[in-house]
Design a protein around this ligand. Sequence first.
Ligand SMILES: [Cu+2]
Length: 136
Amino acid sequence: MNRRQVLRLCGATLAVTASAGCSATGGSDGVKRVSMNDDFEFDPKRSTINAGTTVRWTNDSDIGHTVTAYEGRIPSDAAYFASGGFESERAARNDVSGGLIASGETYEHTFQNAGTYEYVCIPHESSGMTGTVVVK
Ligand SMILES: [Cu+2]
């Protein structure tokens, strides 16, 4: 991890002391971390957060993954989200490679509306690579 990444992860107040106080599991900075791993899993598979929290998915595996919301399984008043910036599930499925998060890269989405959000990694959907975010 370079200095810039440390700054992004920990915030400016911790910049001088670099890793001091920077928890790998996080939470206190308003960011919920979810890992994508080599076992075709989102870890944790289910996350419960408060409205306004950002979820940051990190690809900790050697292969590409997507984070693609199931359009019919998010609150009706919520904004659609998908890695690659697609505005619909159909668009995301029509351009899978455009939504891939490469090894070591991240995708973030901030959840404003309460409810349950289900999402999938399109290339590994058949392996059961799905996740849920519950916003309180
Ligand atoms: Cu995947």
